[in-house]
Design a protein around this ligand. Structure first.
Ligand SMILES: Cc1cc2nc3c(=O)[nH]c(=O)nc-3n(C[C@H](O)[C@H](O)[C@H](O)COP(=O)(O)O)c2cc1C
Length: 195
């Protein structure tokens, strides 16, 4: 008879080379308490942008709660989440560059970020993409449509203004709150509309 095991809650967060590292920081700070392990993968360009926008690309320093974070190298194709046999809830790519969108839409899986996204799509796990680019070309739009049809949630870093944001944190929290809802995590960062 099989042994019943506790379900381990794990999530992958990828940070790619779009502006908006602050969205990744906010999401990580808010989700880490909800998971046993959060795998973090940072692309090379994301590191450059993090240093520029957050002053450091040291994810553990930026997020805290280091014991829950496992930072993976984007070139490590044999890291645990590269296999569908490894159990994890899904992945958030935040911010998501159009380059990453293109690679995931094409299914090329040549780095760990695009491979994990590919695994999430084939295993029907949650894949939330938080793109940041403007304007969008027809290629970007077609890739995003393809990903949405394949099961990804396309959640642009596009905060609303109906809740009268006063600070950058208010704007960032509004996007983080939407990501949390898509992960099934209750949030109190932002009030629901008409609540
Ligand atoms: C400072 C800086 C800001 C960038 N901002 C964006 C952006 O907002 N959106 C985007 O799609 N690409 C942006 N790029 C371009 C991507 O970083 C580039 O296409 C890169 O190859 C993406 O690779 P990655 O997906 O592996 O991180 C930016 C690049 C730099 C250096």
């Amino acid at each position: 008879m099989g042994v019943v095991k506790m379900v381990v809650r794990r999530l992958v967060v990828a940070i790619t080379g779009a502006s908006g590292s602050i969205y990744a920081r906010s999401l990580l700070r808010n989700i880490v308490p909800h998971y046993e392990t959060v795998y973090v993968i940072v692309s090379d360009t994301a590191s450059i942008i993090m240093r520029d926008e957050l002053g450091t690309d040291d994810v553990r320093k930026v997020v805290g709660m280091a014991e829950k974070l496992t930072v993976l190298d984007n070139t490590d194709m044999s890291a645990p989440p590269s296999s569908g046999s490894h159990q994890y809830d899904g992945m958030v790519v935040v911010p998501c560059s159009m380059g990453a969108v293109g690679r995931i839409a094409a299914g090329v899986s040549q780095d760990l970020i695009s491979r994990v996204a590919d695994v999430c799509l084939k295993e029907r796990r949650r894949l939330v993409l938080v793109p940041r680019e403007t304007p969008l070309s027809a290629i970007h739009l077609e890739n995003l449509l393809k990903l949405s049809r394949a099961g990804a949630v396309v959640l642009p870093a596009s905060p609303p203004f109906y809740n009268k944001p006063q600070t950058i944190d208010d704007l960032v929290n509004a996007v983080t709150a939407r990501i949390l809802s898509h992960l099934g995590i209750e949030q109190d960062l932002v009030k629901e509309w008409k609540e």
